[in-house]
Design a protein around this ligand. Sequence first.
Ligand code: SF4
Length: 237
Amino acid sequence: MTLLTSIPFTLDTARLMKKAHLPADVLDPQVIRELVQSAQMHGRPKALYKPVFVQERQPNAITFEGITFHSRALAENLKTIERGYVFVATCGTELDEVHVSNGDPLEDFLWDHIKAAALECALNELRRHLKKEAGWSRSSSMSPGSGDAEIWPIEQQTNLFKLLGDVRAHIGVTLTDSCLMIPNKSVSGILFPTTIDFQSCRLCHRADCPSRRTAYDPQLWHSLYEDETAVPQSDNR
Ligand code: SF4
């Protein structure tokens, strides 16, 4: 397993406000400056990853190191691939520790975007490392719980963490009983080489998602799930 714990974290305030869709004058400039300075001083984005090798394949499932993930889309994405990398990336627990809400929802909203920017730094660093280590020219990723619920059920987050060992001890990320991660700005998943970019948004019916990266792709959906028995019913929600 490889740990990335010294990830540079700097914030561009103009970019941050734009990403948060906030006009520059929505908050006192001094407040914005203090939030940004505090985040840059205390923020420690982190990531960990490790290679995993396919042990067994089925049309709706794939097994690494004795741990099976039930996902038709994941099995399809990895059908010609022997090695992937499981990972968790996070904004780091420090940003949760340092910010005590004063009840101003706009400040809390901006702080959440600051945490998202820290997570973005962690993900970029992770991709840089993996590009070098794996030698892939192009890669995509899938995350449990991303896209429609049945694509890769969020409950399988537990197995992904098992593959990575003590994630909490290494980078402070914990799983709740409902398989959500704390800090909330954390991402887990598997990265794999690809020739055509895969985005879970292509298999997501959610309307009006502000984070949508690409359009829903009905053709792809039907190619994977036209036979209803292919959907892992027991793991759906
Ligand atoms: S559309 Fe939104 S909810 Fe659906 S996979 Fe994309 S980012 Fe996630």
